[in-house]
Design a protein around this ligand. Structure first.
Ligand SMILES: [Zn+2]
Ligand SMILES: [Zn+2]
Length: 381
């Protein structure tokens, strides 16, 4: 009896030992698999976010001093001088919350475009177009030309109106928007540029919002002065109550008003709220992506920003981007005033009503001299 018990207990121990050994092997195998998978995922992510553009618009050749750092033929390299920065770039850290929110917004917007727009009443569609313009003006006439560039002065009633419109755009508050934009102008097409177009169309368009900022953006931002922004009570109040204001101006008011003419609240929310928001976002992003890649360079052929009529049409006059980067203080952001430029028309009308003063303009002879000096039409290389 005693012997039988001893044999049984030994068998148990052996079985347990085998089970433990099997589990340990499976565990080691899983850990190894996870490691390999994460390495692959990481390399994929880094490539997709750091790839230089295949065909950059400007064929700017690196300076002779850089010759030692590039092993390609400098005369033929298609990459601009800043390209070698890519080698030192730390892997981007993805902000998954933003990725999910952006995916969700775009999926719902596509659904609204395909299935809801056709069910809406005519007044609802007119209201959506009206909101698209108001939202656009909040960014173009407000955050961009007024607060970021100080290219004109506006009285309190107009600043209040533009502050509400800018909140409707839900593209961060005025302070953050103007701060990022000033850094963009100062450090264009470098790693310190928040939406550096040398990192490809996707990064310049939306990718920059899906990852943590490059350390150079934060470092360079500290060198600029943004104190003037917080002197404006509209900027301070909007920043303090930003989220409740966003709920009110970006979603509640746009969705509630159409119920007055019998529209369903859900249709209004999908079309006037989410779809309109998504379209405005993409129109703004096109200025950072498409207008930094495709178009003509009549004012300065050495920089990437270009004159892009398509972007200008969608972004209410903000696509004359070669001009704008050469003369950022001009309130028209384009040489030809009202040509595909509803924002300039709006500012001029507001000036007529006495709400706008001190519009900054660049003298025609200065523009002409610059065109002759650095315009691509005067340079065949
Ligand atoms: Zn730009
Ligand atoms: Zn600008």
């Amino acid at each position: 009896m005693h012997t039988l018990c001893t044999v049984q207990s030994e068998e148990h121990i052996e079985a347990i030992r085998e089970s433990v050994s099997f589990c340990a092997t499976v565990f080691r195998f899983c850990v190894h698999g996870v490691r390999v998978f994460s390495r692959k995922l990481k390399s994929l992510t880094v490539e997709s976010f750091t790839m230089a553009p295949k065909n950059p618009v400007m064929n700017v050749v690196a300076s002779p001093e850089d010759a030692g750092t590039l092993d390609t033929d400098l005369e033929n390299t298609p990459y601009p001088a800043g390209y070698q920065q890519e080698q030192k770039r730390p892997p981007p850290q993805i902000v998954w919350r933003n990725v999910m929110l952006m995916c969700l917004l775009h999926l719902v917007s596509v659904y609204a475009l395909l299935f809801t727009v056709w069910k809406c009443k005519m007044y609802t569609l007119v209201w959506t177009v009206f909101l698209y313009f108001l939202t656009g003006l909040g960014i173009t006439a407000g955050a961009h030309r007024l607060w970021a560039h100080r290219s004109y002065k506006a009285k309190l009633p107009l600043r209040t109106f533009l502050g509400m419109c800018q909140t409707m755009a839900f593209q961060n508050d005025i302070y953050d928007w103007a701060r990022d934009h000033r850094v963009h102008h100062k450090f264009s097409e470098t790693d310190a540029d928040p939406h550096n177009a040398l990192r490809g169309f996707f990064f310049a368009h939306v990718g920059w919002l899906l990852v943590k900022k490059h350390p150079d953006v934060c470092e360079s931002g500290k060198k600029l002065d943004f104190s003037d922004l917080m002197e404006d009570p509209i900027v301070r109040i909007q920043r303090k109550f930003y989220l409740p204001f966003v709920l009110l101006f970006c979603f509640i008011i746009p969705s509630y008003v159409p119920t007055y003419w019998g529209e369903s609240a859900m249709n209004a929310y999908l079309v006037c709220g989410l779809l309109r928001y998504c379209l405005n976002l993409n129109a703004t992003w096109l200025v950072n992506s498409a207008a930094h890649m495709w178009g003509q360079h009549p004012y300065d052929y050495t920089i990437q920003p270009a004159e892009n009529p398509f972007v200008t049409t969608l972004a209410l006059g903000e696509g004359w981007h070669n001009y704008h980067h050469v003369f950022p203080n001009d309130y028209r952001t384009g040489e030809f005033g009202w040509r595909i430029n509803p924002t300039s028309i709006f500012i001029d009308v507001m000036a007529w009503f006495g709400q706008v003063t001190d519009r900054k303009l660049i003298a025609p002879n200065v523009i002409l001299a610059r065109k002759q000096r650095t315009g691509e039409n005067n340079h065949c290389d």
